[in-house]
Write a protein that binds this ligand. Structure first.
Ligand code: ADP
Ligand code: MG
Length: 528
């Protein structure tokens, strides 16, 4: 019989796993599952940070992106911003440590949220090329720039400083990130080119310059000269908190009383409500929150759910708004009709969110085949996992035949249209760390559908009017072709009479034409 392995022997193999080691083995969870996608992720994480930080510092963003091909499957990615820069001591930790950042612990609308964006790019670069990341950052015109080359010690999840020096940089402030990675560049959907185009569309306040591997430079000009409305940080709403989190919060709070804890750590809890919750839970509102037992915590949790508490504030969000959204899509999509709807915010699991939808129709958009779907979350384009995203489900479940597009059961509609869906929230519920698809919360899907229907109605009145106008014009053209023949066939009549008949027929036509022009005008007004 084989020898049994004892607990003591097993214990020798048991040890801690660092988050870096974990993601080195599971890089697909972060979106680095193939070289084509990896190239996109590298650009995306750096650009997300550039746009987040400029917005937070109230600077109109000017972002430079460059891809340099080194070998068939190797690229040097460069992203430079005009943000506030990064304080010297923070640089190694920000880039050389996974799960380190300023956004995870707060509820605020931003592109990044987990603190695992740019450091994941470094992890991947190091894994595929053995090289580190170079960072140049400057925080003021009066100070020199700091340059670092960083790698990650994956076993400890700690930065390794390869090089560190002061350099000259003819820029007042900003950050430049450079890294060599294994990647593949291909044009088309899900490409870096497409991502840059879409990020420009959904961030019309940004100026973006993109140098492609062939050396060609594309300039995406700023279309809106103001920064978006500031997004504000909020406290969690009591309805959104899970029992385990409530227990942890109770243990770590500095509040002296349970009622005080409820008031200070959550949004929308007044003193009255705090007392009401405690009373229902049979807990003394003056008791010390750190001393509550597990059972007490659970009854506190239950009584929170049973108490009427108003919804969280929603002015913390910063959607684009219909006007900016229209400017963005008109700039990047060549169509004949555009419409947009920006809904007022709603709440899922205690988290405020808002949905915006836009449709571009006709023009150069492809006529046959399914509509183009463009998905965005907190101003970031989502290029992968379309099928797993609640935006797609919402579009499929909308009855597009009512709005002038054909559609078969359980599929996307067909026609020359692009449908844009944008969700903003203090916490976007992504289905994975790669942040590619939005989870299927019923509250979110409901709002998406309402926005799609609203936009659909605008589309349908345009389609009806132009379609009617087109039909009318065809009739008139046909009629006009036959006028001389008709007149001639009245052969026996005198020339004078023929002229009169022709004249009358033309008058009829003119009236028809006037009606037609009115129709077109109405349609244009709708479009404008
Ligand atoms: N270009 C930059 N300029 C200034 N700060 C930055 C820049 N890039 C990253 N940071 C800081 O580093 C942190 C970590 O970034 P990242 O790993 O992408 O995670 P996340 O964006 O999810 O917080 C950010 O929260 C931000 O505070
Ligand atoms: Mg980030």
């Amino acid at each position: 019989m084989a020898e049994k392995i004892t607990a003591v022997e097993l214990a020798k193999q048991q040890r801690e796993i660092s988050v870096s080691e974990f993601f080195t083995k599971n890089r697909h969870l972060l979106g680095f599952d193939n070289p084509r996608k990896a190239l996109l992720m590298a650009v995306k994480e750096a650009v997300d940070n550039a746009l987040d930080v400029t917005l937070e510092s109230k600077i109109l963003p000017d972002v430079y992106i460059e891809l340099n091909q080194i070998k068939e499957d190797r690229f040097r990615v460069i992203v430079e911003d005009n943000g506030p820069g990064i304080v010297k001591d923070q640089i190694p930790k920000i880039f050389g440590k996974l799960l380190y950042g300023s956004k995870f612990h707060r509820l605020r609308q931003s592109m990044g949220q987990q603190g695992i964006g740019i450091s994941a790019v470094l992890l991947y670069g190091q894994l595929t090329t053995g090289k580190g990341m170079q960072i140049t950052s400057k925080i003021s015109s009066k100070k020199p720039a700091n340059f670092y080359e960083i790698q990650i010690d994956t076993q400890k999840n700690q930065p390794i400083i390869i090089d560190e020096k002061i350099v000259e940089w003819d820029k007042d402030n900003g950050t430049r990130v450079e890294i060599e990675i294994e990647g593949i560049y291909q044009k088309g959907r899900q490409s870096v080119d497409e991502y840059v185009k879409e990020i420009a569309l959904i961030n019309p306040h940004a100026q973006i310059t993109y140098k492609m591997p062939d050396g060609e430079k594309i300039e995406y000009k700023r279309a809106v000269n103001e920064l978006p409305k500031e997004s504000k940080e909020i406290k969690p709403h009591p309805y959104g908190v899970e029992l385990g989190i409530l227990i942890r919060m109770l243990q770590s709070t500095n509040a002296n009383t349970t009622a005080g804890f409820l008031q200070s750590e959550f949004s929308r809890i007044s003193q009255n409500i705090a007392y009401e919750i405690c009373e229902k839970a049979k807990i003394n509102p003056k008791s010390k929150p750190n001393n509550l037992s597990g059972e007490e915590a659970e009854s506190l949790y239950k009584s929170i759910q049973d108490t009427k508490i108003i919804a969280p504030p929603t002015d913390c969000l910063s959607p684009l708004g219909e006007e900016a959204l229209l400017k963005g899509i008109k700039k990047e999509i060549d169509a004949e009709f555009y419409c947009a709807v920006s809904r007022s915010p709603s709440v899922y699991r205690g988290m405020p969110f808002a949905i915006e939808v836009a449709i571009a129709f006709g023009g150069n958009l492809e006529k046959d085949g399914q509509v183009r779907v463009m998905r965005f979350a907190n101003r970031v384009p989502l290029l992968y996992q379309q099928g797993a995203c609640s935006t797609t489900e919402s579009i499929i479940e909308t009855a597009w035949r009512n709005y002038g597009l054909s559609q078969s059961k359980d599929s996307l509609p067909i026609g020359p249209a692009a449908i844009i869906v944008h969700m903003v929230s203090v916490w976007v519920p992504f289905t994975s760390e790669a942040k590619e698809a939005i989870a299927h919360y019923p509250e979110i899907i409901k709002d998406m559908k309402l926005a799609l229907q609203d936009c659909g109605r605008k589309l349908s009145s345009y389609i009806r009017k132009t379609f009617k106008a087109k039909e009318q014009k065809e009739k008139i053209d046909l009629f006009e072709k036959y006028i001389p023949e008709l007149a001639a066939s009245l052969g026996d009549l005198s020339e004078e009479k023929k002229m009169i008949i022709e004249e009358n027929l033309r008058k009829i036509l003119k009236k028809g034409l006037k009606d037609l022009l009115n129709g077109i005008e109405e349609a244009e007004e709708l479009e404008g």
